[in-house]
Design a protein around this ligand. Structure first.
Ligand SMILES: C[S@@+](CC[C@H](N)C(=O)[O-])C[C@H]1O[C@@H](n2cnc3c(N)ncnc32)[C@H](O)[C@@H]1O
Length: 246
């Protein structure tokens, strides 16, 4: 199955321990530190809209974009239930096309690790640069090289809940820096379980190579933090947050 098709059904359940309110507070803290008040925001790889809908609720004019129509179905339902107006676009960010300019582009929870080719990542960054207003902010995170190569690495994870269980088998290839995640998910349907299988691939990027791409394109005031803090990242930090401006 395509990545994030069947998995979309259980994504929010499996992410239940992630505090998205804290995540949104962190983004707003970045705006404050930069003394910048964006009005129009584009969020790439927005998934089921956990950040998108919260930002919309706070009054930002936000568009969410994702390659998975299944993830977007959940995002739209949640926006409807929250009573917020969000535009959702089903698009591959490798072919990013957006009419008009925005004050801020976001990509959170390791969306860019799904871009397996460095030249493709470079092209996405270039498209983002064109979409941003002058001085517009670009904020994103990645799963660190350490997390992908060693924590996820060649390990297997499994959890068994009442209505959902999963087995997550990982294979990291140090020649390509790509980790393949083979996911098997069981979802209860009455007295039976439906079995779903998906493969996801993520690439591990080093901080320096991301900064090099951003600089080459012309992004300025680049800052890199251990996510959810304003501390310089350490080698064993697992999520790395980048902030820069056009
Ligand atoms: C880990 S989820 C993060 C979702 C959301 N940002 C969140 O915080 O919950 C990664 C998302 O990236 C999306 N994605 C992966 N490759 C993509 C691509 N080439 N273009 C757009 N979205 C992509 C997936 O469909 C998925 O929804």
């Amino acid at each position: 199955m395509e990545a994030y098709s069947g998995f979309a059904e259980v994504y929010d359940f499996l992410m239940k321990d992630i505090d998205y309110d804290v995540w949104v507070d962190y983004i707003e803290e970045i705006f404050k530190r930069r003394n910048y008040v964006p009005r129009n925001i584009l969020e790439l790889a927005c998934g089921t809209g956990n950040i998108t809908n919260r930002l919309a609720k706070k009054g930002y004019n936000i568009t969410g974009l994702d390659i998975s129509s299944e993830m977007l179905t959940f995002a739209k339902d949640k926006a409807y239930n929250l009573g917020v107006d969000v535009t959702y676009i089903n698009q591959d960010m490798k072919e990013l096309e957006f009419s008009g300019k925005v004050d801020c582009v976001l990509c959170l929870c390791d969306g860019f690790n799904y871009i397996l080719d460095k030249d493709e990542l470079f092209n996405i960054f270039k498209r983002i640069y064109l979409i941003l207003q002058k001085n517009g902010l670009f904020i994103f995170d990645i799963s660190s090289y350490y997390k992908i190569s060693e924590v996820l690495g060649t390990n297997t994870y499994a959890e068994n809940f009442e209505d959902v269980s999963y087995i997550w088998e990982n294979y990291f290839d140090s020649r390509t820096d790509i980790c393949e995640f083979d996911l098997t998910i069981f979802i209860r349907q009455d007295s039976l379980f439906k079995r779903i299988q998906e493969s996801h691939c993520q690439r591990a990027y080093k901080i320096e190579s991301i900064c090099q791409l951003l600089e080459e394109i012309g992004f300025k005031s680049i800052e890199v933090f251990n996510s959810f803090t304003f501390d310089k990242p350490l080698l064993t930090d697992e999520r790395i947050n980048f902030v820069c401006k056009k």
